[in-house]
Design a protein around this ligand. Structure first.
Ligand SMILES: [Zn+2]
Ligand SMILES: [Zn+2]
Length: 270
């Protein structure tokens, strides 16, 4: 695999699952390729309560000290009941402190898969938004086929929160609504897919100070790597696609995205 089209640029992968089991066997190579491609930092998403992943996060940090972490209960893992939610929120709070995390997520609603009952997803989402407010942490939001309920709960629980719609794939109308609410939009490799015409219009429209780029690795590899395991080095393809759509230089866009990342997720990089 090549190191991407702009190996001299400084880039950020604002959402990846680098502590996933998919990277266990060749993590040093994956990190080496990311650094070789100019990826300076990444926001590594951890699933709250996954002890094996939390253990692997330590190795990610050793190999790549510039990465930052986010922890949350994904809507897929919201469970079948809220009976034990107090204990799960207490566990989450502990993990946010011990990592430490610069963000809370990914959290939200997924009505495409419906792996958890919607009422449970909603309650787990609400409780985590309250934690984010108390701790003044930005929220990494996962929402799929659930726009109205997502906006409704954010209106009730999200006062003053900084929210990133990760892997944004919504319509232009949804993008405008999110931006009007003060949110950031993060684009993944889907923006490189041939059929994603409306998404490319959205990516061209988003103000530069609300824009992020991500891989969501190991998922969603961009063209020309589609269908294989994704990895942070490939964020270069997302950034170059975004730059083309916005008639911006990759250098300028990368600098802008880096600044947005620093603003949202833990301040200036070393
Ligand atoms: Zn997601
Ligand atoms: Zn993700």
């Amino acid at each position: 695999m090549g190191v991407g089209p702009h190996e001299h640029e400084v880039m950020i992968d604002s959402h990846c699952h680098l502590a996933g089991a998919e990277f266990e066997s060749d993590l040093p190579d994956v990190v080496g390729r990311a650094r070789g491609a100019g990826v300076r930092s990444a926001l590594v998403i951890l699933s709250a309560g996954d002890a094996a992943e939390a253990g692997r996060a330590g190795r990610v940090r050793e190999l790549w000290p510039e990465v930052r972490f986010s922890v949350g209960i994904h809507p897929h893992h919201a469970g079948t009941t809220t009976d034990d939610l107090d204990a799960r929120i207490a566990d989450l709070e502990r993990e946010l402190t011990t990592q430490p995390a610069v963000a809370l997520g990914e959290i939200g609603l997924d009505y495409h898969y419906d792996f958890a009952p919607r009422a449970v997803q909603q309650e787990v989402f609400r409780r985590q938004l309250r934690v984010a407010r108390e701790r003044r942490l930005p929220v990494v939001l996962h929402t799929r086929e659930a726009a109205d309920d997502t906006f409704g709960i954010l209106a009730e629980e999200g006062e003053g929160l900084r929210v990133v719609f990760h892997c944004f794939t919504g319509t232009m109308a949804m993008a405008r609504r999110a931006l009007a609410e003060g949110a950031w939009l993060s684009f993944a490799g889907i923006v490189t897919f041939p059929k994603a015409t409306e998404l490319r219009d959205v990516a061209a429209m988003v103000p530069a100070d609300r824009l992020l780029a991500e891989t969501d690795a190991p998922y969603l590899a961009p063209v020309p790597h589609r269908g294989r395991r994704n990895e942070p080095a490939l964020v270069a393809h997302v950034v170059s696609t975004l730059a083309g759509l916005r008639s911006a230089s990759v250098t300028d866009l990368s600098a802008r995205i880096t600044s947005n990342y620093e603003t949202l997720f833990g301040g200036p990089l070393p």
